[in-house]
Design a protein around this ligand. Sequence first.
Ligand code: PLP
Length: 504
Amino acid sequence: MRKNPTNSRASNTVFTGPHTLPLDVDGPHIDKSASAPDRLYQALRHAITSGMVKPSEALPPSRHLAEQSGFRRNAVTEAYERLIADGFAVARIGSGTFVAERIPSAIAVKAPKRIVIAEPQRGTLALGCTDIDETALRRFRAFLGRRMRAFSSEHLHYGDPRGSFELRVAIANHLLSARGLRCDPDQIMLTSGTQHGLRIVLSAILKPGEQVWVEDPGYPAAQKSIAHYGGQPVSVPVDDHGMIVAMGRAAAPRARAAYVTPSHQFPLGVQMTMPRRLELLDWAHEADAFVFEDDYDSEFRYDGAPLLSLAGIDHLRRVVYMGTFAKTLFPGLRIGYCALPESLIGPVAAARAAMDRFPATLMEGAIADMLNSGAFAANLRRMRGCYRDARDALAHTLTQASDGQLTVPIPSQGLHLVAKFATATPLQIAADAQISAGAEGWLLADTYLRARPAAGFVLGFSGHPIHKLVAAAETLAKASTDQLRLYRNAKTSRALEPSPRDRN
Ligand SMILES: Cc1ncc(COP(=O)(O)O)c(C=O)c1O
């Protein structure tokens, strides 16, 4: 007769396996109607097949497992016997019960279901790609190395929800010189990017059901963030002067906030005029509302100086200013910042502490070094030249290769452009052209909320070599003219078809 695998230790053996086993006796792998020994068997088998206990590892002595799991010792013994009978465990006389060296494959862990996460676009024409100058990268590495070597106890603790004071001072100086925005470092909060900043502030100020004006067309990520907090994005159309404030007032006069990209409207590229800026600020003061100013790309201005920021005009009373290093350095940094009205410092810091406590500290010193040493400004100067050339090459190729069927206004700022078909062109033509060209970038129509969408593309020119931009633009322009021709031919043949009366 086989020796009973009790795992009761022989007095002279030392048990070296786990004394406690984190058994899941309630999970989906358990048949709840089964007997106690069966349920314990299923839990143990799951622990073995999921790798929680490894091949050849000792199982706990039956007495320990009974104490730990609340099952009777008989149930444990019975479960161990079944494991042995099914080949999941082996009994070693005098030593106890061990997981088998080889686990039966038929019931071994099923490969986890592959969950596909949409990868961000990175190909030519994709938005949000950037380059960094070699010298700037070398300096960043050097700063980072130096900071890591000086790593000290200050990095070991929980920190200020707004992030490192040193970097906040450097950002406040940068905002003053680059954007004419005067603010105290106490008003700055570091974030992991614009979207993160928007979400933290929204979580502090927005109640479910409250309205927030958004530009239409606009930045879909902002609309999603507002909806995430139970807010109601209110579409406010954009014209050549920026968001049409009068339409916002008519649609939602008591909205809690407005989200705008005044320096370079996303995606159309319009610069909000000064009268509109003043109109927007007047409304915010009257309605006790806040304005989110997303200043995502104003460091890349190609002609003339940018207008004063909204926050600068308002002296940060109703405006939350949001900036990011995703474009000026690189998106992988995940560092952005907000400049907050004084009245929001307390509530927003509390919201931040409740969300993810405070920003990671290890990179902050090196970024402050980039700003303070001039390496950041030098990188911007060089990249501005590269991006201007890329912008011109892309716009020129799209216009030429489409025989003027695509209209491509040249943006005076930023890292993307819009290429539009003639008014009333069906949206499907742009969608079909994008697919047939295998092109990255966005469809312009996807940035509209309620306003009448226009057919066209939103295309990124930064972070892509010019020869690739030119090749991709030629392919997309050709696909666009092909789709237009197909559409016009189909329309003509429908018009030439005999009407039912002619046929009779
Ligand atoms: C309108 C707009 N705002 C902000 C950003 C930057 O976002 P983040 O800092 O979250 O990477 C982008 C990025 O493409 C953008 O298009």
